[in-house]
Design a protein around this ligand. Structure first.
Ligand SMILES: NC(=O)c1ccc[n+]([C@@H]2O[C@H](COP(=O)([O-])OP(=O)(O)OC[C@H]3O[C@@H](n4cnc5c(N)ncnc54)[C@H](OP(=O)(O)O)[C@@H]3O)[C@@H](O)[C@H]2O)c1
Length: 204
């Protein structure tokens, strides 16, 4: 069965977005600093329809691995609403994206294999659809914080990968707010670069 993994950038003080995040202010005030490391990554730029960048280093390898293993994505509606305005067409996913929401909406078909499907029946239903779409590949839970917490609480996540940025935001959206102290994570891989530290945990 495919692995279900979350992959998020986080500040050293535990935030995945700064304050006042909303469509038009993606990742909130100062939150784009969490993703500064990826701006020059060739594979990421290619997925954003941007030329140039640096390839062949650990950061590029991590981004490439993340895209290659994902056969489908799950995300929360607030993450989607921010990205809806900014993602290029084709969007970076190039695979089905299941968006968790309480508001039904028709699928949104984009170029390059990305279709956003809106799922109102909760995380288990979204994951079942994502698994079916992913086939032999893995399912990425892309965020945001609420969505990852729901997957953790429901025991649906196999792996959590944090891209730990050396920035302090001070306020915003914390990933682990309200997560049970019973959560047990086993570090299984650490890859460092001058800009960011990628830590992969197995969820026990
Ligand atoms: N640092 C990173 O790598 C990273 C990654 C992803 C996102 N982010 C940031 O994280 C922020 C968003 O995170 P967030 O925690 O605020 O929100 P989120 O997890 O993106 O979305 C929450 C929304 O998902 C829907 N939802 C969640 N559980 C549901 C359920 N069981 N049934 C139906 N709908 C459900 C609801 O949508 P409705 O309100 O439509 O019902 C809810 O308001 C954004 O600022 C984004 O930029 C950062």
């Amino acid at each position: 069965m495919s692995t279900v993994y979350a992959s998020l950038g986080m500040s050293l003080d535990g935030f995945v977005a700064g304050p006042n995040a909303r469509p038009g202010n993606p990742l909130g005030d100062g939150g784009l600093r969490i993703h500064e490391w990826v701006e020059d990554v060739e594979t990421w730029r290619e997925r954003q329809s941007l030329a140039g960048g640096t390839g062949g280093d650990p950061d590029d390898a991590i981004v490439a691995e993340n895209f290659e293993r994902a056969g489908a994505y799950v995300m929360g509606r607030r993450m989607f609403a921010e990205g809806e305005l900014g993602w290029p067409d084709p969007p970076p996913f190039r695979a089905p994206v299941l968006v968790l929401t309480h508001t039904p909406r028709e699928p949104w078909v984009r170029q390059g294999g990305t279709t956003f499907h809106f799922v109102t029946e909760g995380p288990e239903a979204a994951l079942a659809l994502a698994r079916e779409a992913a086939g032999e590949k893995d399912v990425q839970v892309s965020g945001g914080a609420e969505t990852v917490r729901e997957f953790l609480a429901a025991g649906l996540l196999d792996e959590l990968e944090i891209h730990l940025a050396p920035v302090v935001l001070g306020s915003g959206t914390r990933l682990f707010d309200g997560v049970s102290p019973d959560l047990r994570l086993e570090p299984v891989r650490v890859i460092g670069s001058p800009k960011v530290t990628h830590v992969r945990y197995r969820v026990r």
